[in-house]
Structure formats: C-alpha cells, structure tokens
Design a binder for this molecule. Structure first.
Ligand SMILES: N[C@@H](CCC(=O)N[C@@H](CS)C(=O)NCC(=O)O)C(=O)O
Length: 179
C-alpha cells in the first residue's frame, strides 16, 4: 500500500506508470487522455470539438454522479459496527439513480456509444462504473442504459479486462446484478 500511495496520492485505481516516458498518471480521464495521445490523438477524445465536449461531459457525469456515490457507499460497508450511515447510503443511492436517469435521457437520441457513434473516453470511463454500480442501484426500467452496458460488456478489450478482474470480483461487498 505504501508503494501504491507513493504513485497515486489517494491510492485509487486506475493508476498508470508509463515506463517509456517515466510518467505516472492517475484519474481515469487523465489516463485515457494519455492513452489517446499515444494512439495518435483524436479517437478516445474526438478531434471535433463538439463531439469532444460530449465525451467529456458523459465522462464527468459518470465519474461524479455514479462513481462518486458508489465510492462512498462501498467504503461505508467496511466501517466498524456502530458507524453505519443508512441516511448517507440512501442519499447516495438517490444520486446514483439520478445518474442512471440522466444517462437514459442522454441515450434517447439512439447513439450506439456513450457520446455518439464512435467509442470514446465516455465509454472507457463508464464501463467499469456501470458494471459495479448497478450492483448497488439496479438499472431497472432504463432499456437504453441496459443496452449500452451490454454493448460495453461485449467489447473485446472490456471482456479481457473483466477476465483479469474476475479473481477479485467477489471482494466487492455487493452481489452481481441479477436484473
Ligand atoms: N475520480 C477517480 C475515481 C477513482 C476511484 O475512486 N477508484 C476506485 C475504484 S472505481 C478505487 O480505487 N477504489 C478503491 C479504494 O478507494 O480503496 C478516477 O476517475 O480515477
């Protein structure tokens, strides 16, 4: 943990050490921007400014209003007895449900991916958060959100990531989504 903290100030995932440049990158948005630049730029962050703004917006909304509450609810489950916070859990579940509603509305234009017709930062950022946060607040009656998540789950890169993560999946103190 001390080694991890030396790289990532709050010991959060993702953290990427680029051994070619010697840079250490954290915060998923920054890691993805770095990878986009390595790939020639203009793909994960679209070159067209309007499309880039939409990708950044969806990324920020997911990280703040879905990832944020998830990353508060989960650590509360590890608190010692007597320090539970059901009121805080309910407030955060409401924020998370609001994020699902916002995404469902955003997807109403029929887009294939999180920010349009190409796979971007929005999808990279959302894939893990959707996968785990739906264990806390199910997607429910939000068919477009469910379909987007299914498309993400079918991406070969994400299939590989989930295979790598499988041995650790049960460490999350919430059962896999059943709906
Ligand atoms: N805003 C950060 C969120 C990072 C974050 O909270 N990561 C979680 C996983 S989704 C984590 O590392 N949790 C483990 C912990 O806090 O011990 C980002 O986008 O990278």
């Amino acid at each position: 943990m001390a080694q991890f903290r030396a790289l990532s100030p709050f010991a959060k995932m993702p953290t990427l050490v680029d051994t070619t440049t010697g840079e250490t990158l954290y915060e998923s948005t920054i890691v993805i921007e770095h990878l986009d630049r390595l790939a020639g730029a203009g793909r994960l962050i679209p070159a067209e400014p309007g499309a880039a703004l939409e990708a950044r917006l969806v990324d920020r909304m997911v990280d703040t209003y879905a990832g944020g509450p998830m990353n508060r609810i989960i650590p509360r489950k590890f608190r010692p007895a007597g320090h539970e916070d059901p009121f805080g859990d309910a407030q955060d579940a409401e924020i998370l449900a609001g994020a699902w509603d916002w995404l469902e509305a955003r997807l109403a234009d029929g887009r294939t991916w999180g920010a349009g017709e190409t796979f971007t930062l929005a999808d990279c950022g959302a894939a893990p958060i959707l996968t785990y946060a739906r264990r806390l607040v199910p997607f429910g009656d939000r068919p477009r959100l469910r379909a987007w998540h299914q498309r993400l789950m079918a991406r070969p890169s994400f299939v590989r990531a989930l295979e790598d993560a499988a041995p650790f999946g049960d460490l999350m103190p919430a059962p896999p989504a059943e709906d």
